[in-house]
Design a protein around this ligand. Sequence first.
Ligand code: G
Ligand code: G
Ligand code: MN
Ligand code: NA
Length: 258
Amino acid sequence: LRIENELHRALERKEFRLFFQPIVAAATGQLVSVEALLRWQHPVQGLLSPVEFIPVAEETGLIVPIGTWVIEESCRLAQHWGLLRDTNLPLGVSVNLSPRQLLQSDLVDTVSRLFRTYSFDPGCIEFSFEVTETAVMTDPEAAAMTLQALRDLGARIAIDDFGTGYSSLAYLKQFPVDKLKIDRSFVMGISESELDQAIVRTVTGLGHAMQMVVIAEGVETAEQARILQSLDVDLLQGYFYGRPQPEEQLEALLLNPN
Ligand code: G
Ligand code: G
Ligand code: MN
Ligand code: NA
């Protein structure tokens, strides 16, 4: 109960912050996208990771207003970055959606309103939502409709932590999904494990066969990056390319690409 009250107050007092982690093209190392990751600047405990408060936020439903703040803040920054960037490659901005948010009936209305408030040119910004297999499989029909409606608003859909949930290929085939993010548990041991290599190669082939962009997360070493690139993965994300960082640091990267 205490943390619940504190989460309420945190929203009012604007103690949440977004960090952004770079996502790069496997072939060139160029920054193509960023993932928004929530932090809580707690007045006493300092910077808290979402694993410390998202479960409570989920249980209490507070994830809905917190999630709306995350989407709004990401839209605001996307609008700003869209204006800063002068390349012809749109910058991807992706936001995580919790299972509860995905099942919330007014998610689409909220996103629609925010996309109208913070307009960004689709040539400059590609906005995505990340959902897990588990979130989608809770109510597949409702999830499919919501994801399609978000897509109709111009957003892309990514399946996060792919390979750790229990989605069936039959659903994946029907689902409006644009990207697969291969979970970092398959990346961790990829330098030594031929099995992990085989899994990543196969999942990447599957994703490409379904016209999806394939992303590997948790890339920590140059060797992992090299192997993932040779397995035809499109995009890479992980500490090797950059930690989640405050917007000012990211902005420096955007203005100074190399
Ligand atoms: O850096 P990391 O510790 O940021 O994130 C830990 C977990 O919290 C991940 O599973 C991540 O998807 C989740 N997470 C991070 N930011 C958000 C957010 O804004 N909303 C939701 N629902 N989950 C998030
Ligand atoms: O569930 P999701 O994929 O949204 O969570 C992203 C999480 O992965 C965040 O906690 C983020 O900080 C973390 N992360 C990002 N890159 C790496 C990495 O290279 N290694 C590890 N161990 N964690 C990472
Ligand atoms: Mn994610
Ligand atoms: Na993930």
